[in-house]
Design a protein around this ligand. Sequence first.
Ligand SMILES: Nc1ncnc2c1ncn2[C@@H]1O[C@H](COP(=O)(O)OP(=O)(O)OP(=O)(O)O)[C@@H](O)[C@H]1O
Ligand SMILES: [Mg+2]
Length: 246
Amino acid sequence: MTLVALEEVTKSVLLADDSRLEILRGITLEVSAGDHVSIVGRSGSGKSTLLNILGMLDAPTTGSVAFEGRPVRRMRSGKLDRLRGDNVGFVFQQFNLLPGRTALENVMMPLGHARGRLFWQRRAVAADMLERVGLGHRIDQVADRLSGGEQQRVAIARALVRRPVLILADEPTGALDIDTGASVMALLDEVATETDSALVTITHDLHVAARARRHYRLDAGQLSPADLSRAFEASTLSESVPETVA
Ligand SMILES: Nc1ncnc2c1ncn2[C@@H]1O[C@H](COP(=O)(O)OP(=O)(O)OP(=O)(O)O)[C@@H](O)[C@H]1O
Ligand SMILES: [Mg+2]
């Protein structure tokens, strides 16, 4: 089943000098339940912009976005907020945690609008998810006193806690060491598989990208299939090239 479908999506913004910056130029992409998609691309190529449109946080300039077959453009904002809250889990590039709140409070936040056990047992559910990202001992620490990698893991726990059908992760291992990054990616995979969710991962790390089943590259606002085996080759041929894809 197709969860989210973008058709010929463009995004442009008007700059202060009255010129137009074309960030996305005609993107067509379908993401289905159980899919695992990776997107690589240079800094500034439009990856976060694309993820925000996939997650219905931002609207395209032209083109269409449909969630489970329903066009998003005409939905009232309250309905759209509910649709997003019920279905989408974001791991933001800048984490976007509430600074004065504890790790536990941050992870409980999305459960405030959930139903059933997820709502009534939200404290235990959130604590359990923090345990799974290796932060069981830090649940009462306020977010701004956590290290960057710990904040990233709180952000991941918050994205997963409501069992969203669409998980959107923007550089989810960017602040993590290799081992912690690998275990966090394993957790994202595991949770996505448990709930047959779709996982879209933006990353600069080839190993992270390789975990996905479909690989894309975003270049100057256009999406094309990426050949990771060639990228791996290029990264091992030259010592000076780190294992990242520009
Ligand atoms: N609202 C906006 N107004 C002006 N420029 C914008 C706006 N949103 C994005 N941009 C510009 O569009 C380009 C793409 O931004 P985006 O954040 O999507 O890139 P990215 O691929 O996620 O980069 P990075 O890898 O550095 O996170 C950037 O040059 C950015 O400055
Ligand atoms: Mg970005």
